[in-house]
Ligand binder design. Sequence first.
Ligand code: SAH
Length: 256
Amino acid sequence: MSGSVAIVGLGPGDHSLVTPAANAALDWATDLIGYIPYVARVPERPGLTRHPSDNRVEVDRARHALTLASEGRHVAIVSGGDPGVFAMAAAVFEAVEHGDPAWRSLSITVEPGITAMLAAAARLGAPMGGDFCALSLSDNLKPWEVVTARLEAVLRADLVVALYNPVSKARPWQLGTAFSLAADIRAPETPVMMARAVTRPDEAIRVLTLAEAREAPADMATLVIIGASNTRLIPRGHGARPYVYTPRSVPAAEST
Ligand code: SAH
């Protein structure tokens, strides 16, 4: 088969953060597939057929892409940030595993992008300077009990935690529950960063404490970072946001 699928990360928003390799894959494509706002970020050009979808079933979108590629088309599937982080890449491979065996001989490539967590961290300083993890708070694809069990485990392990998908219209209460769980395990003064629409015109980034964060609004475009016990702030004055960093060094546990 001569068709191909490129699974392309568009970065957090600003076009300067799309990699040259991602742009090359987009230039090569005959067909563009993805969730409407991501497809809208790719300029129209002759020879490129756009298939924007509001379909939330990612595996259906992946099957559509693979079907077009098996007809000889060069398909780019776009995701915001990195396509391997809570996005389309896993859906494509799930479709390949369970789909037409001929799809395995298509050219399938993944073009990485700058994920929201790293874009937000770069704005703040170095909050993910030590060990960290990323969790999706969405319970669309996994039971809520799994979300809370994982969150509790990583909070107890004292990792910095990046929370993707903190809130949606259908999931208004989950973030509050996550903060309550964090408050049981971490100190009230633990830094919590709410990074909204990073690198987009409506970017808004706040550095709060865990106690304050419980009252702070968040939406679908927000990434929440909960600091570890050694995450620190450097005040700057003049109304400037403090720098936030997590040193790489962790003191040895005191022997008793
Ligand atoms: N693949 C994407 C994540 C998709 S999940 C990536 O790698 O970034 C969608 C979630 O990502 C949102 O709910 C939000 O938590 C986060 N997100 C995506 N873009 C963002 C941005 N520019 N600023 C802040 N958070 C963002």
